[in-house]
Design a protein around this ligand. Structure first.
Ligand code: GDP
Length: 458
């Protein structure tokens, strides 16, 4: 169940406009119901990733003005029941009216938190009305223009502490030792021709067959093979969906040149996989094309790891390993520290470690940082290295929030963000990775200024 936010205010202050603004295109009205609820509209709001049910208490607009306060009061009380928070909207151009003050009195007595919204605040015409609202005793007003979308990010900041703890977990963060509530690991193995992909896949499936009996537990559909892997460390059985890119290619009858085929496979793989293993050949080392495949996987936001195959015939294994490690870190500066593992599809060495690392990587890819930890990190990061002040005016970074997982995505609010140097943004992204445990998993950081955040909405 989503948290519920109720919009309250006298007629014509812009309640419905705010409702529509918060619901956006996905206007979802519930059926008309008899009785009191007929006067309420319900919608699903998504405010920069913050999800809630929004309730508009319209419906008395045409009432006889004399009976209006009494009816509104009844409606308001009914609407507040079970609500997480109320938005008390007034018209900042018109200023506070006696009816506004009366509604404010009811709300002060309600046991639901109230946020005062000074609507129609575009331009300067609303300034004095905004100022008046401080006298209501309901906290600082949020100035916005529901019609133009201004100030919506400020509303977001005010709502966040109330609604964030009640957000549905789209991809729950895992604590140490907790069960994985996720589906089968969707894993793809990509690499240049002859790296040993088919051999490795056969090895993985064959080992399982020994484990579970002939053919047991393996189902193949056109794009994937489902099987169970038993983690020798924990003894746990984990379902894995192995994305079969070579099979896809055959069906699609791609007739590209051999060297381009590997790139095409990787492109298919990222459409379906959560974690992608780039397989290298120990006798060939890391080549330009491998880096190209790797970059593509990272750009698409998938979790990438690298396995060096044919370890059984590798010459100078430790030199090889270190060389590849260094070349990866240099070639993929945007994702340093990608997990690197030595395997042999022929002997089976390293394959359990590979699958175990793939699971860990997926957990990180799904991770949500607790708000408190994120804020602590953010304050420290700014204190240690304050944002620059181009032309003598400091760039203000006000707030950061994680809006998604798979891959982790963050939104940074502030002013004059268009002047934030790329180096500072990298400083923040690297900090997120290093200090909040994302490692090499791609982390996205979007910058938003409070004015008209919808312009940049993805
Ligand atoms: P793919 O094109 O990536 O699917 O590569 P294949 O699985 O067809 O393997 C290419 C060649 O490498 C075959 O001759 C395999 O026998 C060989 N090969 C694959 N894995 C290993 C391994 O771990 N060690 C050794 N020595 N050879 C391997």
């Amino acid at each position: 169940m989503l948290p519920e936010v109720v919009i309250i205010g006298r007629p014509n202050v812009g309640k419905s406009t705010l409702f529509n603004r918060l619901v956006g295109k996905k206007l979802a009205l519930v059926d008309d119901q008899p009785g009191v609820t007929r006067d309420r509209r319900f919608g699903e709001a998504d405010l920069l990733g913050l999800k809630f049910t929004i309730v508009d208490t319209a419906g008395w607009e045409d009432d006889d003005p004399h009976s209006l306060p009494g009816r509104m009061r009844k409606q308001t009380e009914a609407a507040l029941e079970g609500a997480t928070l109320a938005l008390f909207v007034f018209d900042s151009r018109a200023g506070l009216t006696p009816l506004d003050e009366e509604i404010a009195r009811w709300l002060r007595g309600a046991d639901v938190p109230v946020v005062v919204v000074a609507n129609k605040a575009e331009g300067k015409a609303g300034d004095s009305g905004i100022f008046d609202a401080y006298s209501l005793g309901l906290g600082d007003p949020v100035a916005l223009s529901a019609e133009h979308g201004e100030g919506v990010a400020d509303l977001f900041e005010v709502l966040l502490p109330h609604l964030e703890p009640l957000q549905p977990e789209e991809a729950p963060a895992l604590d140490e030792g907790e069960d994985r509530p996720l589906g089968p690991l969707q894993l793809a193995i990509v690499g240049r021709p002859n790296a040993g992909k088919s051999t490795l896949i056969n090895r993985l499936l064959q080992e399982d067959r020994l484990l579970t009996g002939p053919e047991a537990g393996i189902t193949r559909d056109s794009i994937a093979v489902d099987w169970q892997w038993q983690d020798p460390k924990s003894g746990e059985t984990m379902p894995i969906k192995l994305i079969d890119t070579a099979g896809m290619r055959k069906r699609a009858r791609v007739t590209e040149k051999l060297e381009r085929m590997a790139v095409a496979d990787a492109k298919h793989a990222v459409d379906f996989a959560e974690v992608v293993v780039l397989l290298l050949d120990a006798t060939q080392g890391l080549e330009h094309q491998d880096l190209k495949i790797a970059s593509h996987v990272i750009e698409e936001g998938r979790a990438l790891m690298v396995a060096i195959n044919k370890w059984d015939i590798a010459e100078d294994p430790s030199g090889l390993f270190n060389g590849i490690r260094a070349a990866l870190d240099e070639g993929l500066a945007q994702a340093r520290g990608i997990p690197l593992i030595a395997v042999s599809a022929r002997t089976g060495k390293g394959t359990d470690a590979m699958l175990s690392a793939a699971h860990e990587l997926r957990d990180i890819w799904n991770r949500r940082v607790p708000t408190a930890a994120l804020n602590r990190w953010f304050d420290d990061a700014l204190a240690q290295n304050p944002p620059p002040a181009p032309g003598g005016k400091r760039i203000k970074l006000r707030y950061i929030t994680q809006v998604r997982t798979r891959p982790p995505g963050f939104v940074l609010f502030g002013t004059r963000l268009d002047q934030l140097p790329e180096s500072y943004r990298r400083y923040l992204v690297n900090g997120l990775r290093r200090e909040l445990g994302f490692g090499s998993v791609p982390v996205r950081l979007t910058l938003r200024s409070p004015k008209n955040p919808y312009h940049t909405k993805e």
